[in-house]
Design a protein around this ligand. Structure first.
Ligand SMILES: Cc1cc2nc3c(=O)[nH]c(=O)nc-3n(C[C@H](O)[C@H](O)[C@H](O)COP(=O)(O)OP(=O)(O)OC[C@H]3O[C@@H](n4cnc5c(N)ncnc54)[C@H](O)[C@@H]3O)c2cc1C
Length: 311
């Protein structure tokens, strides 16, 4: 089996996967290509390390509808490894392509290493409580979470081939009747450099103000635990962090009244500095934290905000 291919409907994620792909290329001594739906990205994907870019051109606007075309292409190319951006759409497509390729499928691979003609991957399991290491034979299809790797650094003027495949056949079994876009309220916390995260230690919605003042003093975004968004509806759902929410990687993350259950901590692992404020010294968040303040958030947070305000 040969050839390493990358696919994502999002070209930023494709460039992140190129970082992993370039490591595999070096270890496996095989060419590295990217399959894209966006012809306008071909040059920058080559600059970022792709030897080949294949543009799929078709009339269908649903990225997952290209699974069959990608599957056929992967078989024809005798693909050894296909890295797929682990968005919801990417995961849907990866499963179908793995069937076409009769390949092993690993979802949410966090590290990928070539090892004796196979791959060694790691991924989190049991809500982030354990790391699962797997030996995967080739061909293999791997989905990789967005932001798991930095984008590959572009080198202006790198050489590579671009070709186009016209796709005209799509699976007719699913038709879209209506599209209801999710209305996003505010910023994308996955790209925030500083985060103040509130948990159920805040006893009423009005008290979010304490956290907002701290966030303002720090230039941070407000985020929360699942209960605050899903049960209390005090903040929009796109602001909750964790295994079923957003995965963040800020320079500084400060939690206020967050107990630190594994499902939440799985979303903050990649933060550079974690500061926890909680009244229970045995709260699990202190195990994940670099700095901890044991105390009543209603006393500690205003003091912190005032201290920051003096700077
Ligand atoms: C399948 C599954 C998926 C899940 N996914 C997620 C997820 O993605 N994200 C997520 O966040 N959760 C998730 N959860 C829920 C998770 O298990 C926890 O229940 C949740 O994270 C706890 O939220 P919390 O820390 O806000 O609340 P609590 O666990 O109730 O903690 C509140 C904390 O506030 C402290 N506190 C109380 N009063 C004060 C005060 N005055 N001053 C200072 N501290 C105070 C308490 O000591 C406590 O530590 C999931 C659960 C399941 C089963």
């Amino acid at each position: 089996m040969q050839g390493i291919w990358i696919y994502s409907e999002d070209s930023t994620i494709a460039k992140q996967l190129l970082t992993a792909g370039l490591n595999l290329k070096e270890a496996m001594n095989q060419p590295l290509g990217v399959i894209t739906l966006d012809a306008g990205q071909a040059k920058s994907l080559i600059d970022s390390g792709a030897d080949k870019v294949v543009v799929l051109k078709g009339e269908n606007n649903w990225p997952e509808s290209y699974a069959e075309a990608i599957g056929k292409f992967a078989v024809q190319e005798e693909t050894g490894v296909l890295l797929v951006g682990g968005t919801l759409r990417g995961k849907d497509l990866a499963a179908k392509v793995a069937v076409s390729l009769d390949a092993a499928l690993v979802t949410d691979a966090q590290s990928i290493k070539a090892a004796n003609g196979s791959l060694e991957t790691t991924r989190l399991m049991y809500g982030g409580l354990a790391v699962c290491t797997e030996q995967v034979s080739l061909p293999a299809v791997l989905t990789v979470p967005p932001s798991n790797f930095e984008e590959a650094k572009p080198v202006e003027g790198r050489k590579g081939e671009t070709s186009t495949i016209d796709v005209s056949e799509f699976d007719q079994r699913i038709s879209v009747n209506e599209v209801c876009p999710i209305v996003r309220q505010g910023v994308d916390i996955t790209t925030a450099g500083k985060i103040v995260c509130v948990g159920r230690g805040i006893s009423q919605k009005e008290d979010l103000k304490i956290a907002e003042e701290l966030a303002q003093a720090m230039g941070a975004e407000i985020a929360c635990t699942r209960g605050i968004a899903e049960d209390y509806h005090w903040l929009p759902e796109e602001r909750y962090i964790g295994i079923s929410g957003q995965k963040v990687k800020p320079e500084v993350y400060i939690s206020i009244g967050v107990s630190g259950q594994v499902q939440h901590v799985a979303g903050i692992r990649d933060s550079k500095i974690i500061v926890a404020i909680d009244s229970n010294e045995k709260a699990p968040i202190f195990e994940a934290a670099d700095y901890g303040i044991v105390g009543d958030l209603y006393e500690v947070v205003p003091m912190l905000t005032a201290a920051l305000g003096k700077k």
